[in-house]
Structure formats: C-alpha cells, structure tokens
Design a protein around this ligand. Structure first.
Ligand SMILES: *[C@@H]1O[C@H](CO)[C@@H](O)[C@H](O)[C@H]1NC(C)=O
Ligand SMILES: *[C@@H]1O[C@H](CO)[C@@H](O)[C@H](O)[C@H]1NC(C)=O
Length: 364
C-alpha cells in the first residue's frame, strides 16, 4: 500500500523522463507538434530565429545537372527535385544564351559544356514554388561569369514576377529579422548578386557587402581553408560555407578543373560535417548556407537539420548518449525494475534527458 503511494508519482516522472530520453525515437510526435503551429521552412522551431542563424542546405551551380557520370556538371537532380528534397539555397551561373547574347542562360563553365536552359525558365520554378509554399523562404546567389548585362538579368526576374517576393529590407551585417518576420511580409526570396553581376537592381542584395563566405572551390588535394573571404571584424554576417571539391581532368584533350563527382560520396559525408563545424568554430560565424555539389550524396541535408537543432530522420538515442548500453536497458525496463532504479540510474536518466532536450550536438 505504502509502496503504491510512493511509486505512483515516481512512475509519472519516469514516464516523463523516458519520453524525453526517447525523443529521437518519437520523431513523428515531434513533427505532429510542429505542424499544429505556424511553420517556417517546414519547422515551427525555425520561426523565431534570425534568418542568418538558420542553416539552409544549398546547391552549387544548382542548374548544372549532369547527363551521366562521365559528363561535367555539379548535380544529378534538377531544381524541382532539389526543392522537394528540402534544398532552400541555390547558386546560379549566368552566361549569354548561345542563340542570343542578350538573353541570360544558366550554363556551367560554358554553354558548350553544360547548358541548363534559360534563366527565366528556372526563375519560373522558384516563382511557382514560392506561390505554392507560403511559409517557405529561399535564397538565390547570382553570379555572372558570362558578363550578361545587369539589366537583362533583372528583366528575367521581373518578367516572371519574382521581384515582388524579393526581400529588400536591407539588412547590413548584423542581426537579420526572424524567419516569421520575413514570412509575414511575403518577401520570401533572399537574392544576392555578386560583383560579376554589375549594377544591382534595388531588390537584389549585394553579396559582397552583406555576406561573408569561404573559398568557393577547393582542389581535391588541399585541406579545407578556415579563413573567410570578405572579412568584416566584429560583425555577424549572413555566412556562406562552400563545400566544393574540384579536380583537374582532361576534357577534349585539354586539362581543366571540374567538380569531383567520383569523390562526392566521401566529400559530402563526414568530411562535410567536420568542415562546416570547424569553419563555424574557427570563425565564430553561423553557417547560413552550406553549399555543396552532388547534394543527394552524403550528409548535406542532415547536417543542416543538426545545425538547426531539428530531428534527423532515423536518428536514435544511441547516437546521442555516451553510454548507450545503460540507456538501452533503461528504456526497455519494465515498470517494476524502473521503480527500483538506483540514485545513479536517476542521475544518468536526468543527464540523458538534459542532453537530448538541447539536441544540439554542434553547439556544445
Ligand atoms: C590543377 O593543377 C594545377 C597545377 O598543378 C594546380 O595548381 C591546381 O590546384 C589544380 N586544380 C585542381 C582543382 O586540382
Ligand atoms: C553506441 O551506439 C553506436 C551507434 O549505434 C554503436 O556503434 C556503439 O557500438 C554503441 N556502444 C555501445 C557501448 O553500445
């Protein structure tokens, strides 16, 4: 009788702690919680974060889809698929269209090597996505290696009506508004132009003054450099980590640097995790975008989720608790053995609960 009185409240505490400890195993409950509130890029937890402190997975030369493994490109899936897979950052390389030099075309290295179609066609995909997904924000970084006029680039955006989504509130280096602030104004396209674009339209943000970034492309033989380009001391920028490895290859009898497709599975696995965490720790910056080639290989999307403290599909308690044997035995214990927990058992349960509550593997 006395035993029931004592173990009653204890039992509820155990249930509560067990639920918290088991959090990665109950992702569907977590997601249910999320979907009852307002979502920002698919997650309620992102709504109150300043936009530059959210990590978005991004693709490098997003349009440069390879025909096969022997052709040159940076991706194996098209932009529509990238959007449905959760990619929210895109980088575009503009060249003059082969048919008309004033028409901006998305090509990689040159339009002979990889022609991704007209800029306007791709911008239509982004426009339709923003129309259909009213709580999603996307980022586009525009580069203009082919030297098309800035006004023709701007025209491609306005012709599909994308400029009306462009975020123009001119954040300088420093804190950005939160994701929900941006969503509430419907300015859900953050578009940067780099110095090759020329005179930017009023609704295109200047990549060179607002962002900082790592080296764009690193040879396969080099270590990842930790320095950042465009350093502005003491500022918290919109920060872009490029995680892109290239290799010298012979193409039509000429040696040139190309994306290292054969290494992508390795490059985008723990190498990506370790590079992005090191850049973050060495520079005291938060990665706003992580940009990769061949995004569908390796851990790009999961790494962005982890930076955002969001649950990663398939994760288990094992990965987060240093002594998984005892966690496992606790989780599978019956009610009677739970009520017989020792003080140290309680302590490790509480520590596990705290650890999993923060679920924040990269910030500790
Ligand atoms: C290509 O080779 C040159 C000369 O050896 C070297 O400097 C460069 O870093 C290489 N590029 C890549 C992407 O490996
Ligand atoms: C902990 O979990 C990891 C990942 O599942 C596993 O590799 C490791 O062997 C586990 N350690 C113990 C002590 O069970």
């Amino acid at each position: 009788m006395l035993r029931t009185v004592v173990t009653g409240p204890l039992w509820w505490l155990v249930m509560l702690l067990t639920l918290v400890v088991a959090r990665p195993d109950s992702l569907s409950d977590k997601e249910k919680l999320d979907t009852t509130g307002t979502l920002c890029n698919g997650h309620a937890l992102l709504c109150d974060k300043p936009f530059n402190l959210i990590t978005l997975p991004a693709t490098h030369a997003s349009h440069a889809v390879r025909k096969d493994e022997n052709s040159i490109g940076t991706q194996d899936k098209d932009i529509q698929t990238q959007l449905s897979d959760g990619i929210r950052g895109f980088t575009l390389d503009i060249h003059p269209a082969p048919s008309s030099t004033s028409t901006p075309q998305l090509c990689f290295l040159s339009c002979d090597i990889n022609d991704g179609g007209s800029l306007a066609d791709t911008l239509t995909i982004f426009h339709d996505f923003l129309n259909d997904n009213v709580n999603d924000i996307i980022v586009i970084v525009v580069s203009n290696p082919g030297g098309v006029s800035a006004s023709n680039i701007a025209k491609a955006f306005t012709s599909v009506g994308l400029d009306k989504f462009a975020y123009t509130d001119g954040p300088d280096l420093g804190d950005w508004p939160t994701a929900s602030d941006i969503i509430s104004t419907d300015k859900r396209l953050v578009v940067f132009g780099d110095k090759s674009v020329g005179t930017l339209p009023s609704w295109m943000l200047n990549k060179e003054t607002i962002t900082q970034y790592t080296k764009l492309v690193v040879p396969s033989t080099d270590a990842w450099p930790m320095s950042r380009e465009n350093w502005k001391d003491g500022k918290i920028p919109f920060f872009i980590t490029y995680h892109v490895r290239w290799v010298n290859a012979t193409v039509d009898g000429k040696t040139m640097a190309v994306p290292y497709g054969g290494m992508a599975a390795h490059t985008n696995d723990w190498d990506l995790v370790s590079h992005t965490v090191k850049v973050r720790n060495n520079n005291f910056v938060w990665p706003s975008l992580i940009v990769a080639d061949f995004y569908d290989q390796g851990q790009l999307i999961d790494t962005a989720l982890r930076f955002n403290s969001l649950p990663v599909p398939g994760d288990q308690v094992d990965y987060y608790y240093p002594d998984n044997m005892s966690t496992k035995s606790l989780l599978t214990s019956s009610a009677s053995s739970l009520s017989a927990l020792t003080a140290s058992g309680w302590l490790s349960l509480a520590i596990a609960a705290l650890f999993l509550c923060s679920y924040d593997v990269f910030r500790i």
